[in-house]
Design a protein around this ligand. Structure first.
Ligand SMILES: [Zn+2]
Length: 271
């Protein structure tokens, strides 16, 4: 008996036969939503003796676009970096993956083995732990400062007027201005809309009579990894959150975001 997998065509065409080998699964996107696809497959059994074919199983998968990043950790579970699908496959292929966590995000196929007739396949999960431990990440680690991560730290809210803005409307404000000896460091910079920043000019908030809505903080390495993430899946977020300091402002903010995301029926995605 052979089992052939058919991917259901999104265009409404009839099922497409893709091969005659055990569990050769070929999937076609049938529904796209927020960078992920729901894919429906049918397993068809073929009995050569009788020529009878029969649907024996139907499966629905969720996979993500290849732009979805994978969270890499060391073997001790310390978050290290975001990697793309090519790097993730390289780690799997080189035998450097110690274990993996979270839901599968994509399944990649290679060539067909001429001896076995089987197609190689690697399933990549949301979180991949590689062998070894990173000893360079100490308490004294200072993440590099960039506007993108700074704006994300502050939730893209101007810390003077409290309004939410698009990235293009935001700027980096030095609480103690550089001209008054302030440093260009995490604890002295906040997100400000261009209007508030222009109004404050080269003055401290006290000198300008402007109240600061939150105290700027320096993220830990795990918080910084979160800030660098482009689309953080719910299981990646849960993992990172478990490494945040207990009183991390991001921890509480993301709790609220996750609730909001769930109510919008996008439980897997946190932008
Ligand atoms: Zn403002």
């Amino acid at each position: 008996m052979y089992v052939v997998w058919f991917g259901q065509q999104s265009s409404g065409q009839s099922e497409r036969r893709v091969g005659l080998m055990n569990c050769c699964c070929y999937r076609v996107p049938v529904h796209r939503e927020m960078h992920r696809y729901t894919i429906r497959c049918a397993g068809i059994a073929f009995f050569p003796a009788t020529g009878i074919t029969k649907v024996i199983e139907s499966r629905v998968f969720t996979v993500y676009e290849l732009s979805q990043q994978v969270l890499r950790t060391d073997a001790a579970g310390m978050p290290l970096e975001w990697i793309n699908y090519q790097d993730a496959v390289r780690f799997y292929h080189a035998g450097r993956v110690a274990y993996f966590l979270g839901a599968p995000v994509y399944r990649l196929r290679g060539g067909i083995n001429s001896r076995t007739g089987m197609r190689s396949e690697i399933e990549v999960n949301a979180i991949v732990a590689t062998h070894g431990t990173n000893k360079t990440l100490t308490q004294r680690y200072i993440p590099p400062l960039s506007n993108r991560t700074l704006f994300k730290r502050d939730g893209r809210v101007c810390l003077y007027c409290g309004q939410h803005f698009m990235t293009s409307m935001l700027s980096r404000d030095h609480v103690t201005p550089l001209s008054q000896g302030g440093a260009d460091s995490w604890k002295n910079v906040v997100t400000a809309c261009k209007r508030c920043n222009n109004h404050k000019a080269g003055r401290t908030p006290e000198q300008a009579g402007m109240a600061l809505l939150a105290i700027p903080f320096q993220p830990t390495h795990a918080e910084y990894i979160y800030l660098k993430g482009k689309r953080v899946l719910a299981d990646q977020m849960d993992f990172l959150r478990s490494h945040f300091p207990r009183k991390s402002p991001l921890r509480h903010r993301e709790d609220g975001m996750q609730d909001a995301a769930t109510t919008k029926d996008h439980p897997d995605l946190l932008q």
